[in-house]
Write a protein that binds this ligand. Structure first.
Ligand code: ZN
Length: 346
């Protein structure tokens, strides 16, 4: 496993007002990783690229009108794309570098290797033409990094791909892009969107047309702990094995961690370690791209995930969900699992 930190994510795309999505996030990860036993797996990367190098990749994912909108706004930066999403003067440079880095890294994935890309800004809320499934904003995202990875894998002969999105917010952008596509199985675990951003990703949203059954949304109630997550991860593992993908793209968000700041779930190292273990068990070419996570989730969740993925033994005590909430989580998850099986077994 390699962990690649994009150097310029420390230096570019900087908010000029308080905003949780800022270069300090990468510093938190760097500090946390420097104290681990796997620090020699960490590399710093820089990639020079310009717009003409990445435009053809972007056009496969996003509509021309949206790309033009972003380029136009970027030329007027500093400015905001919407109340959540900013562009500083050098944001476009970092966006281009990130696209190029994701594409190149995914293209070089070979059997059984795993790469974790520490990049900014996140991407999973960016849909085909911007805001996805009528979400109110782009949620700090501009271009969809997970989709760029998927396209790169396809260009290199991988035909069945699973996206595992464990950011605490629904990956509505990625899901919208592949909603009708059975060659991408999108499994997303997130906080119940009934009263939580981006207000999309209900269990009933299972894909459409030929893609019906290939979008899977597990939801967690407020106050959910590691025990609830563990239950769902076992089902996720079965679902992914049943689908039998050739490669995995992971939207890795750590904002579900207890007190990370943007959510009300109570996940701890236990969950992120188990996600790492699951990736290890699946043993497929795997690219993780950083999505959310703003404080303690990055500090403690990122190392725990890597320990799990490397097979280094750790004991983490699971946080417990209050009983009625736990039952509710399990009931939703079982119902969804049974519903989805009939499509996946076809
Ligand atoms: Zn998030």
């Amino acid at each position: 496993m390699k962990i690649l930190i994009e150097k310029n994510s420390l230096l570019k795309h900087i908010p000029w007002f308080y905003h949780p999505e800022n270069p300090g996030r990468v510093k938190i990860i760097m500090n946390a990783l420097s104290k681990t036993s796997f620090r020699d797996h960490v590399l710093y990367v820089e990639k020079s690229a310009d717009l003409s190098d990445v435009l053809s990749i972007l056009e496969r994912i996003h509509c021309r009108k949206y790309i033009e909108f972003v380029l136009d706004r970027a030329s007027k930066a500093p400015c905001e794309l919407d109340p959540d999403t900013y562009l500083s003067r050098d944001s476009l440079e970092l966006l281009i570098e990130t696209i190029s880095l994701v594409y190149e890294t995914a293209s070089s994935l070979r059997s059984n290797n795993t790469v974790f890309l520490i990049i900014r800004p996140p991407g999973h809320h960016a849909g085909k033409c911007g805001k996805a499934f009528r979400a109110p904003t782009l949620g700090f995202c501009v271009f969809n990094n997970a989709a760029i990875a998927i396209e790169a894998l396809r260009d290199n002969g991988f035909n069945r791909i699973t996206v595992l999105d464990f950011d605490i917010h629904h990956g509505n952008g990625t899901q919208e892009i592949y909603y009708k596509d059975p060659t991408v199985l999108h499994v997303d675990l997130h906080r119940n969107p009934i009263d939580f951003y981006p207000f999309t990703g209900f269990p009933e949203q299972i894909g459409s047309g030929r893609g019906r059954g290939y979008s899977i949304n597990f939801i967690l109630e407020p106050g959910s702990g590691d025990d609830s997550y563990s239950f769902m991860l076992n089902l996720v593992s079965e679902i992914i094995e049943l689908y039998s993908p050739e490669a995995i793209v992971v939207s890795a968000g750590f904002d579900g961690f207890l007190d990370d700041g943007l959510a009300d779930t109570m996940l701890t190292e236990h969950t992120y370690y188990n996600i790492g273990k699951l990736l290890r068990k699946l043993n497929l070419p795997t690219l993780l791209v950083l999505e959310g996570g703003y404080s303690i989730g990055l500090k403690r969740g990122v190392p725990a995930l890597v320990y799990g993925a490397l097979g280094i033994k750790k004991e983490y005590e699971p946080s417990r969900t209050e009983k009625t909430i736990y039952r509710q989580n399990v009931e939703y998850a079982k119902k969804l699992y049974n519903h989805i099986l009939k499509y996946l077994k076809k």
